[in-house]
Structure formats: structure tokens, C-alpha cells
Write a protein that binds this ligand. Sequence first.
Ligand SMILES: N[C@@H](CCC(=O)N[C@@H](CS)C(=O)NCC(=O)O)C(=O)O
Length: 355
Amino acid sequence: MDHVRLNSLVSNARACIADRKRAGVMRFFDGTEKVRFVLFHAAMSFCSQKVRATLSQRGIAYESNEMLILASRDRNGNLVPAENYGAEYVRLRRSGQLSGVAGLADSYSGISSVSLCGLDACAVPTLVDLKTGEVIVDSLRICVHIDSTVDASESLIPIFDQDRQRVYRQLEAVDATPHPGLLYGFHPYEDRRPQVLRDAMKMVYDEKLETLAALTARHSADPGVVEAYQAKISKESAGRAVQRDAVFQEAIRKATRERLVQLNLDLQQSTTDWLCSNSLSLADIFWAVSLVRLRYLGLAVLWEDLPLVEAYYRMVTSLQSVREEVIKATMASMPPSAYLSPETEARSFGFVTNG
Ligand SMILES: N[C@@H](CCC(=O)N[C@@H](CS)C(=O)NCC(=O)O)C(=O)O
């Protein structure tokens, strides 16, 4: 995309962020070179955590634009829309939609994989590469892209074909785990999510749909934006329909358990400490983010009989990039959880992570 158009899309999207202190913040920047990457993300977002941990692991400078992805109510009870629903942000994101590859996501499976479900034009993360003029809208592709732009000798994607394929298989496994379904859904008899989170989730779909209806009306003259909002309305309505559906909730938990059993098997077969190759790979970062999220939700029970997964959890969560961008970010942005807290971390690692 030409740079004038790209810069204008980026600066309009930045304006969706109400608090200017969260927009245009330089990270890992030593002041020497021009910053190449602009990231739109959210502290609590599982997919954003993958990207931030990758950037941190590789020590890559970027411009951070942190969005609030949950709606709230002001003092008069008026709905304050989530910032990622802003039309200007949706325009930026749609500009990164690959023609013919990803249609818009308009149905709900509890999974958010772009390759399996299509593009959610109202979601984070979005990466802009100012050097190539690309807008990338899928955390998996974003992380692979970021990794490919710096020092190949420390790449998180192995050069050997077999190892590389193993990594991709794991990235896809994490991408196809129903994390959104587990975060939003009410399990019929074993809901271990923090009470504050459960309370917030009672109204979350109604708030999303109210926001989207108002925004659709406001931007009726822009067909691209309206199309994105309509797809999102269809997806979130379908999500609301299964939020308390016991069969659906059981099924996504079972699917998650199956992924963890497979992970345990893969760890058994691995000849090194890491999952796919002799050194840390993107697969380890993705699984770290996944396991932290599951633990936060009280779902470490799903691997309590899988000792290799627990040992692996301890190893990958001792990485500084994961501690900062995943564990600390989760504690700082999500309601306190009895399963992932400064106390549980101190017990596991012998030191305290300040939330
Ligand atoms: N698989 C996509 C998923 C994007 C996605 O669903 N993001 C979530 C946070 S992890 C989001 O923005 N949710 C807010 C919403 O849908 O309202 C990716 O990896 O980029």
C-alpha cells in the first residue's frame, strides 16, 4: 500500500484510542533507527500477547497502540464502545484483508483462527509494517512476519524443514484451540473463572451488539464498514446463543483437553527441552500464552494428569518475554484470579511478579 494512504489509515485508527497516553508509545526503542512496526493490541488479548511476547523475545522496537477491547458504561449509564469497534480502526484492518483468502468471520465456533474462521474486522492485534507497506491482521502471520525481518541466526522458526513443519503444526494447534469460547462461556457445573469476570461476561454480548447496532447506523454511508459490522453482529449473536449452552461448553472443553493430551505426546517425543527443535521456537511462545490463559481461567485441571505439560509450563513461563508480556499483562489487565496471581507465581518460581 502506498505510504501516504497507509499513514493516514494508521493515524485515523490511533484516534480511536480515547486516552492518548495509550497511543503512539515507543517500546524497546533505543532512539537509533526509525521504528518499522506499529502495533494495535490489547493488554488482555490472548492473540496480542503472542505478538508482544514475540517482539519482546526478539527485542524488536515498535510503536504500541493499546486499545480497550471491552465496552464500559459512563456515569450516566451510557455505553462507551470498545475502541477496536471504531470505524477508522475497522478501515485499517480491512485494508489488510487478503483478497480471496479470508472472508469476514460471521459465525461462531469458540475459535478465532483467521485461516479457519475468516477475518474479524473489529479485533486485535493488527500490525503495520511501515517498511513494506503491509497491514497484517492475524497474530499467527504477524509473529511469523516479525520473526522473518530480523537476524535469521536467532530465528524462532527453525531452518530445517521437518522442525519448521513441526512448529507450524503447533502454531495451528494453538490457533485452533477455543480460547475465546472458554473465556466468554459459562460452563454448566465447573466454571472456575473469577467472579468479576463471570459478572462482566453476563452482559458482554448485549454490549457488543448494542455498540455494533449504533455504529452500523452511524456509518451507513460506508459499505465496507457496514459489511464488517454486519458480519460481526452475526458472529456475536451466534456466540451469545451458545454462551450458556451446556453441550457446546462441554464440547469446547473436551476439544481443549484433546489438544493438551496431544501436546503431552509431542513433548514425550521431543528429544530436546523445547517442543520442536534444539532451541526456543515460536511454538513455545504460543503454547506459553495458551497455557497461561488456561491457568488463569482455572483450567490447569485439564493437564493435571499430564506431568510433561506442567513441566513445560514452568519452563516456558520462566522466559522474561512471557513473564512481562503475558503473565504480568494478564494480571494487570484482567480481574484477579486465584489460579494466576503474584502468590501462585511466587510459590512456583520463588519470586513475585508485580501485577
Ligand atoms: N485469530 C485472530 C483473533 C483476533 C481476535 O479474536 N482477537 C480478540 C482478542 S484475542 C478480540 O479482539 N476480541 C474483541 C472482540 O471481538 O470484541 C488473531 O490471532 O489475530
